[in-house]
Design a protein around this ligand. Structure first.
Ligand SMILES: Cc1cc2nc3c(=O)[nH]c(=O)nc-3n(C[C@H](O)[C@H](O)[C@H](O)COP(=O)(O)OP(=O)(O)OC[C@H]3O[C@@H](n4cnc5c(N)ncnc54)[C@H](O)[C@@H]3O)c2cc1C
Length: 319
């Protein structure tokens, strides 16, 4: 099997991820969205806004217009988790057809930990140096011994498709893996998460680098709305409704009114005298004197008008 090619991102001790090809980028998302939303956007800032709108409202098909093809090499136990993502097209190195190579994953000592007591699917805690060495020695021993047996069976003419079954799951395999951006983001969302196993996380993080360079706006929007955004269950919402005092919600809504006004002003500057009426039109109910005080403080953030109005609606629903 291959050593890591020059343009690959190295993963674990012998694995890698290499972007072989990609089709489209942020522009392809916008182009596809135009079909459903009519006349298109022209400025880069508008493209970004549209992509963020699509992501926020989970209008996902435009993201499927962007494709990525990767060449990856990973241990079989990682591939085993990876194939659960069913929307990809995969072509894997065949151990029925070709001979296995002496390529096994041996974990680095810093990644050898105890079984987590908190998370049944995790690891935690510092393991002694002796135990770490023992783990690494066992990995090496089972890799060497199984490969020795495999080679012996191979030389005796036993079918490769059967002989391979003596090899452990830390053996490296290799494949071409193609997926669209929507499903790739879903993969990265699950597998770059801290709950995912370290050994698959490094591959997911490596693929994320390609997304960042091919579709930076889509990546940013995915982080803002899917990865770092919060969603509340009905039970959580009712707790908020019951326990969040109206005055706190009103303060937040008040801030949003200022932000909408500042953003509208930023997008299309108004005369000084028109600012207070603009603020009132957004629902702001401070007096002119208070408005002036706050406006002159210079601490009002701008954002996206549509997003701010959606936020205001959510806040209002909590009252
Ligand atoms: C931290 C973690 C722990 C896990 N632990 C386990 C475990 O203990 N045991 C285990 O078996 N698995 C486990 N998994 C795998 C997990 O259950 C999913 O199989 C895997 O994450 C793929 O997710 P997916 O189905 O959303 O992705 P994909 O297969 O890529 O599908 C993407 C999306 O397409 C849609 N889709 C695809 N196929 C279908 C279909 N046939 N029908 C309807 N909709 C479809 C769904 O909306 C899906 O979300 C774990 C995953 C993670 C991240």
């Amino acid at each position: 099997m291959l050593e890591a090619p020059d343009n690959a991102i190295k993963c674990l001790d012998k694995g890698f991820v290499r972007l072989v090809d990609s089709m489209g980028g942020d522009d392809a998302i916008v182009q596809a969205a135009r079909v459903s939303y009519g006349k298109g956007t022209s400025k880069v800032s508008q493209d970004r806004g549209l992509i963020r709108y699509l992501m926020r409202h989970r209008h996902t098909t435009p993201f499927e217009m962007v494709e990525f093809k990767f060449h990856c090499k990973m241990p079989i136990f990682v591939a085993r988790q990876w194939v659960r993502h069913r929307t990809a097209n995969i072509n894997e190195y065949s151990l029925r057809y070709s001979e296995a190579r002496d390529d096994f994953y041996i974990p680095k000592s810093e990644h050898i930990q105890f079984q987590s007591a908190l998370n049944k699917q995790g690891r935690m805690g510092e393991v002694s140096k002796e135990l770490k060495e023992k783990v690494q020695n066992y990995f090496q021993e089972i890799s060497d011994r199984s490969f020795q047996i495999y080679s012996e069976l191979n030389q005796a003419g036993v079918a490769r498709e059967l002989a391979r079954a003596v090899l452990p799951v830390n053996l490296y395999t290799e494949w071409y893996w193609k997926n669209d951006l929507h499903n790739l983001l879903h993969f990265v969302g699950l597998r770059s998460d801290s709950h995912a196993q370290y050994e698959i996380r490094v591959f997911s993080d490596a693929m994320a680098e390609s997304i960042k360079s091919v579709a930076p706006f889509a990546w940013e929007a995915y982080q803002d709305y899917a990865v770092k955004g919060l969603r509340f269950s009905r039970i959580e919402q009712s707790l908020l409704e019951q326990n969040l005092p109206d005055r706190v919600v009103d303060d937040l809504i008040g801030d949003v009114d200022y932000q909408i006004t500042a953003t509208l002003h930023h997008n299309k500057p108004r005369e000084d005298g028109d600012l207070f009426p603009l603020y009132q039109k957004q629902g702001g109910d401070d007096t002119l004197d208070d408005f002036k005080l706050k406006w002159d403080s210079g601490e009002i953030k701008t954002g996206n008008v549509r997003e701010l109005r959606e936020f205001k609606e959510k806040l209002t629903s909590l009252k």
